[in-house]
Design a protein around this ligand. Structure first.
Ligand code: ADP
Ligand code: MG
Length: 748
């Protein structure tokens, strides 16, 4: 249920979510490429002087010929195919002379196939051959080395600057000597990997570039600038992704929050009194504000992290292991320790995280209760008690928050320490690997960065465990409201009232029980109220009078029996049509913040000024309105707190009058009025609503003495029905009430 609802709310934002995922994927890739480039800068840019490959972009003809000596015929063809010979003195040579100044007196092979497939293929081949050439050249230049090599290998290579390459081809011992030297050099090299052979050969390539007359510093600088520039570009792109994703995630999260709030509000507006009874107003407000904020935050985090962390985590592991396959266990260890740490923290802190939402609720409840009831609290001198209650809630919340923060405070340095230990282990193990020529320096640095990225990915995911439990509590609280079944629904095909509408109300054997109550509040109520007549209800408090009249506008539905208006069951017409016919003055008057005018227009926004004036006059509030300089534009405070109880009642009556409904229901609407106003109001009312069906609830016999029908209610039952005179004869309860209220002469 919970999940389905969540998913429903993400639907309008699916496109945005996919864009965000795409951006995060791009960002993760940018961030995963950065250490690779850094490794290149260290390995190639710094250590290899900017020379990346063992395949030189140009090579002197004599060097090429020497190199070819150390290649198989097949490889010779491959190499020669990749190059073209540029002879010195030709027009073609002029093209290249700026780049390779040696072309003035030397022919040069220029690399024409620069595609990466060719380079990858030729790299190990050229590297070995070039290193062989370099070794022979070293022998030619160093007689001591030559002599010891001769002794060691049992050769008789001539010294004193003899061209050994010529010797290999012309001397009868030449081919044999070449084979021996090749075998020795190759066996030495094969102990390293291709990567290191190529790295070693780049030094030979560098020497060749120098011989060609190239600017080596420029070469190195160009390399550094190129990859440095790329790194800056990637960083900027990654930043742009971050900004875009933040924007999108905020938009998605606030959008979802807005939709949820709208739905909650819509739902609550449909709530009948029964549903309001089951949720407290405070709780409904918390649910539509605080809880939704929790969900909003969670959505934002989910969009930003849940998709990013796995890409970085998995990608980081793959890249790191590619760089240093022997060091995978370091990352595994780090992740293991990290997970352990996180698990321990959650084991300690998770229950507290969950309880926070409950404590916030409690704090809200206590604060709301003591603020709305501030007058009562003061009147009973209970400030201290209330303060104590608030303090307790406040201290509880503070304690949990402090605890969580303390755990976090310990967690942070531990995490930092873990990262530092990770770095040290990588450098320790890495430096040994470097010494054994298993790892390049740049690759170790990149490995370190990947390891840290992976660790952070796990940290990010663990953050989710903090947010999700809180959010899931909030989601279920929201879902609870949204999935509440509304008891009072319109019929499938609502009927219409017959015209002309009369407004005869008939209760037919009506019983009613509040949800969860042990017994019925109303038992078997039957009566008929006619149009043009006043039907009054009287009885002790708690006897069920308000309950009874609340059934007419369907604030609640009857438990058994039926209420008919003009012969149609109130459940068969639409709630809108039904309430359209009813002017209602509730027992608990409610005014809205605004002006006198806006409160009256609430009943009928098209009411004319004349009609408003008439209602004001009838309700006996002309004096109040006239006394104010602003007249009907006088401000009414929130909840109508700036008018007295009696004034509020009269405003509520005026509002009902503006509606000019054919049925008027007044629930104890005169209780706060002084006797004189009561009489005047009743007189005026009789004139203005005498044509309608009037239901009046009251405690005062004087109010209803002239009613056409008086119904006496006691303990949810009708115990008397008739006019004042009749009831004085037949109904002892009525008589008791009347005697206690009316002066003797009024009884007669
Ligand atoms: P009256 O208006 O005659 O003073 P009510 O109709 O307000 O009496 O109340 C009748 C009975 O129903 C009382 O016992 C009261 O406790 C109970 N009651 C009123 N409102 C509710 C409610 N929302 N939920 C449960 N019981 C209620
Ligand atoms: Mg009542």
């Amino acid at each position: 249920m919970k999940k389905v609802r969540m998913i429903k709310y993400t639907k309008p934002y699916l496109i945005m979510i996919f864009i965000a995922i795409g951006l995060l994927y791009a960002q993760a890739n940018f961030n995963l490429t950065l250490p690779d480039y850094l490794s290149k800068i260290v390995n190639v840019g710094i250590q290899q002087g900017g020379v990346e490959d063992a395949v030189p972009e140009a090579i002197q003809e004599i060097e090429m010929n020497r190199t070819l000596l150390f290649l198989t015929p097949e490889n010779q063809t491959d190499v020669l195919n990749a190059y073209k010979l540029v002879n010195n003195g030709t027009t073609e040579a002029n093209q290249y002379i700026d780049k390779y100044p040696v072309l003035i007196n030397q022919s040069v092979y220029v690399l024409t196939h620069t595609d990466s497939a060719t380079i990858t293929h030729l790299n190990p081949i050229m590297a070995r051959a070039l290193l062989n050439v370099a070794f022979v050249e070293l022998l030619m230049a160093n007689d001591t080395l030559l002599n010891s090599t001769n002794t060691l290998l049992g050769l008789s290579l001539p010294g004193n600057g003899t061209d050994l390459f010529e010797y290999f081809e012309t001397n009868p011992m030449g081919p044999y000597s070449k084979m021996v030297i090749m075998a020795v050099v190759t066996s030495q090299l094969n102990a390293l990997g291709d990567k290191f052979i190529i790295q070693a050969a780049t030094q030979v390539v560098r020497a060749e570039y120098e011989a060609l007359g190239m600017d080596l510093n420029q070469l190195q600088l160009n390399y550094l600038l190129y990859y440095g520039g790329l790194m800056i570009l990637l960083t900027i792109l990654s930043m742009a992704c971050t900004i875009a994703v933040s924007y999108l995630s905020a938009k998605i999260a606030t959008g979802i929050a807005r939709d949820m709030r709208r739905d909650i509000f819509k739902k609550i507006e449909k709530f009948s009194s029964a549903e309001f009874d089951s949720f407290s107003t405070a709780s409904l407000i918390t649910r539509s504000t605080n809880d939704i904020t929790q969900v909003q935050m969670a959505v934002m985090m989910i969009v930003r992290m849940v998709f990013y962390a796995p890409i970085i985590g998995i990608g980081g592991v793959i890249h790191a292991i590619e760089l240093a396959p022997t060091m995978w266990w370091i990352i595994a260890m780090a992740v293991g320790v990290l997970l352990g740490l996180i698990l321990v923290v959650f084991y300690i802190a998770l229950p507290k995280f969950k309880s926070i939402q409950r404590l916030v609720d409690r704090l809200n409840l206590v604060a709301r209760e003591s603020l709305t009831g501030i007058m009562v609290v003061r009147a009973f001198n209970k400030q201290q008690y209330e303060e104590g209650r608030f303090d307790k809630a406040n201290i509880d919340l503070t304690k949990v928050s402090l605890f969580i923060n303390r755990v976090m405070v310990i967690m942070m340095p531990l995490m930092m320490m873990l990262m530092n230990v990770l770095t040290i282990v990588i450098i320790w193990v890495g430096s040994h690997e470097i010494a054994n020529a298993n790892l390049q320096v740049g690759d170790m640095i990149a490995f370190m960065q990947y390891a840290i990225q992976v660790a952070f990915a796990f940290l990010m995911l663990s953050l989710m465990f903090i947010i999700l439990p809180r959010a899931s509590v909030s989601i279920s609280r929201i879902a609870e409201v949204l999935k509440t079944d509304i008891v009072i629904q319109d019929a499938e095909n609502p009927k219409l009232f017959t015209e002309p509408f009369k407004g005869t109300i008939e209760f037919r054997n009506v019983s009613f029980r509040y949800a969860g109550a042990p017994e019925d509040a109303l038992h078997n109520i039957s009566f008929t109220a006619h149009s043009g007549e006043v039907t009054a209800f009287i009885g002790p408090t708690g006897s069920g009078k308000s309950t009874l009249i609340n059934l007419v506008p369907r604030f609640y539905d009857v438990t058994s029996g039926a209420i008919l208006i003009d012969g149609i069951d109130v459940r068969e017409v639409s709630q809108h049509d039904l309430r359209d016919k009813i002017g209602f003055v509730p027992q608990k008057d409610v005014l809205f913040s605004g002006t006198v005018e806006s409160n009256l227009l609430f009943a009928d926004e098209n009411a004319s000024e004349e009609e408003l004036k008439y209602a004001i006059q009838t309700a006996q509030i002309t004096d109040f309105v006239d006394a104010k300089s602003e007249g009907i534009a006088t401000e009414i405070a929130q909840g109508g707190t700036n008018v007295s109880g009696g004034q509020k009642q009269r405003f509520a009556i005026a509002r009902a009058l503006v509606k000019k409904a054919p049925i008027n229901i007044l629930d104890d609407s005169f209780s706060n009025l002084d006797f004189k106003t009561d009489v005047a109001l009743r007189k005026a009312l009789r004139k203005s609503i005498s044509a309608s069906t009037v239901l009046i609830v009251t405690q005062r016999v004087s109010t209803i003495k002239n009613a056409d029908q008086i119904i006496v209610i006691n303990e949810g039952r009708i115990v008397g029905k008739g006019t004042h005179v009749e009831l004085m004869e037949t109904c002892p309860i009525y008589k008791d009430i009347a005697i206690s209220q009316l002066k003797l002469e009024e009884l007669l």
